[in-house]
Design a protein around this ligand. Structure first.
Ligand SMILES: NC(=O)c1ccc[n+]([C@@H]2O[C@H](COP(=O)([O-])OP(=O)(O)OC[C@H]3O[C@@H](n4cnc5c(N)ncnc54)[C@H](OP(=O)(O)O)[C@@H]3O)[C@@H](O)[C@H]2O)c1
Length: 290
């Protein structure tokens, strides 16, 4: 029987645990944890993500400080806002919703966030901490994958892991986290020849490419763990659309030992890890102030 790794249920459990943690800490601290979300412009997908994050904050008793700026806001205004939020004692996590409109330099702005308030875990200092195996805020999507593996008792130690995709958002930090968990890791990308030969060797296969159904049953080792990070919107007849992953779920599920669905898999975990990072930063800051 293939195990379906239910990210939605696990994310709900993590959020319930965070709610309890906040309820027990906030009265003594005198405030709940706070997350500031900076959104620039009116990209509808970004707006939906931001609303989802703010609703999640409300649900677990976390304060959210939405900062919605116009499309043509100059760089120095956003930079100034980040500096303010870095100093704001009520704020434990800051994130800039990506993508930003042209010509704003997202990398430069992310670098201005205090690394200890870097809720997305994308700051070079946190990436460096991950690289060195030190404690720090971990990037949310790969951290969500690690939480799922752990919650289902799937230990990467000694396993052969293959990651499709080498982005700074998913592929690279995913590789480092699996390496930290003692897997033997290979990263593949668009210039990797004979992908199928490689993926068939994987005990853990992580797909983070952004191409619908590119991972077929023939590419998967029987009994392996298949993690689908991809989120792709595909057109259906009659003008409808559907969210699908990078894995051909119907064909691969019977071959795999465990698999994440899309939706309801890794995507559901990403917001939970964002909240987790913010609570972690809150706990550290509260401790430091004692
Ligand atoms: N579940 C979540 O919460 C979550 C979070 C973030 C992203 N995502 C989704 O995950 C997917 C990847 O996101 P991303 O930000 O990492 O994307 P990205 O920055 O576009 O990176 C895609 C990676 O896939 C590689 N690639 C492209 N075509 C390939 C092929 N034919 N064979 C092998 N590798 C190939 C690219 O290789 P090169 O480097 O050689 O170009 C690149 O490294 C997207 O669908 C995105 O929506 C989901």
């Amino acid at each position: 029987m293939t195990q379906i790794l239910d990210g939605k249920a696990l994310a709900q459990k993590i959020q319930a645990d965070l709610t309890q943690q906040i309820q027990s800490l906030a009265p003594a601290v005198g405030r709940p944890p706070g997350l500031a979300v900076i959104m620039v412009g009116n990209n509808p997908a970004s707006a939906a993500y931001v609303r989802g994050k703010e609703r999640a904050c409300d649900r677990i008793g976390m304060a959210s400080f939405g900062q919605h700026l116009p499309e043509d806001v100059p760089y120095f205004r956003i930079s100034g806002l980040i500096q303010e939020l870095n100093r704001d004692e009520r704020v434990d996590g800051i994130l800039v919703q990506l993508p930003l409109p042209d010509p704003l330099d997202a990398v430069a702005l992310l670098n201005e966030i205090d690394p200890d308030k870097d809720a997305d875990g994308l700051h070079p200092v946190n990436m460096g901490r991950l690289m060195r195996g030190e404690a720090g805020l971990r990037s949310c999507t790969p951290a969500g994958v690690m939480q799922m593996l752990s919650a289902y008792g799937l230990d990467p130690a000694g396993k052969r892991a293959v990651i499709l995709g080498r982005s700074i958002l998913v592929g690279k930090p995913m590789a480092l986290m699996l390496l930290e968990a003692d897997a033997t890791v290979t990263i593949a990308h668009s210039r990797t020849p004979d992908l199928a030969a490689l993926t068939r060797e994987a005990d853990i296969l992580v797909a983070a490419v952004g191409r619908p159904a590119m991972v077929t049953a023939e590419m998967v080792k029987p009994g392996s763990i298949v993690i689908d990070v991809g989120i792709n919107r595909v057109d259906l007849p009659e003008g409808k659309t559907q969210l699908v992953g990078d894995v051909d779920f119907a064909a691969v599920a019977p071959v795999a030992g465990a698999i994440t669905p899309v939706p309801g898999g890794v995507g559901a975990m990403t917001v939970a890890m964002l909240l987790h990072n913010t609570v972690l930063s809150y706990c550290r800051r509260v401790q430091d102030n004692r």
